[in-house]
Design a protein around this ligand. Structure first.
Ligand code: PGA
Length: 256
């Protein structure tokens, strides 16, 4: 049985004061849910990580970053290493988000190097994969996801594999309000689990969590996460309010 993970990707939002306020409000809402059965993580911008780490740990929230560079140190202006992210209290790091791939030059190979660097620092990568609308319409979804996934996990050892997290995020569903139907997501998640099984074997693959991301909200989260291979959600827009994010956590836990 895989513990569900609900992760909030805040993207380019929140000053330090705003981030503190959101974590505070979220911790109150989550306390209201009583004993929790899902794991919950927030991914603020780099600038707010250190400021919210204590409040997160007091609230039982995991902390994550939205990107990383694969080198540990050196002349890489503007970059942040996995070791630095561990240093400020992170447990998770998103790698290969479609916005990084589309706008900031993340290649399939670089995503693999980032995943390996994150694991090397003792942190957990959340590896994002997903097709564009044009690719889906051309019937290329499975091939695109396969190519992205294989490149990203190529440097991952079987020993590290059980801890990694995959996020299937169809690009056409991100920030559009139009989520994938549960059966569409489940189909791709099943495909991803099959690919992981070929790479790492049965037992290891059973432990790997595959999240769905793309316009997840309280109203669709429960149905999406009831599918057998959907082990949680990577949430963008709806993670920016404590109300809607706590609603998604409640849905992950099958609470009314
Ligand atoms: P969204 O973003 O929930 O706003 O669609 C998801 C993501 O990009 O991780």
């Amino acid at each position: 049985m895989r513990t569900k993970l609900v992760a909030g990707n805040w993207k380019l939002h929140k000053t330090v004061a705003e981030a503190r306020a959101l974590v505070e409000e979220l911790s109150v809402r989550l306390r209201g849910l009583g004993g929790r059965r899902a794991e919950v993580a927030v991914m603020p911008p780099f600038t707010a990580l250190w400021a919210v780490r204590e409040a997160c740990s007091a609230a039982g929230l995991q902390l994550g970053a939205q990107d990383v560079h694969w080198e540990e140190q050196g002349a890489f202006t503007g970059e942040v290493s996995a070791k630095m992210l561990r240093d400020v209290g992170c447990q998770y790091v998103i790698v290969g988000h479609s916005e990084r791939r589309a706008m900031f030059g993340d290649t399939p190979e670089n995503v693999g190097k980032k995943a390996a660097a994150v694991l090397g620092a003792g942190l957990v990568p959340i590896i994002c994969v997903g097709e564009t609308l044009a690719e889906r319409e051309r019937g290329e979804t499975m091939a695109v996801v396969r190519a992205q996934l294989e490149a990203a996990v190529a440097p991952v050892t079987a020993g590290d594999a059980p801890t990694i997290v995959i996020a299937y995020e169809p690009v056409w569903a991100i920030g559009t309000g139009k989520n994938a139907e549960t059966y569409q997501a489940q189909e791709v998640h099943e495909h991803i689990r099959g690919l992981l099984r070929s790479a790492f074997g049965e037992g290891v693959t059973d432990a790997i969590r595959i999240l769905y991301g793309g316009s997840v909200k309280p109203s669709n989260a429960g149905d999406l996460m009831s599918a057998p291979d959907i082990d949680g959600a990577l949430v963008g827009g709806a993670s920016l309010s404590a109300d809607s994010f706590a609603g998604i956590v409640a849905a992950a836990e099958n609470r009314p």
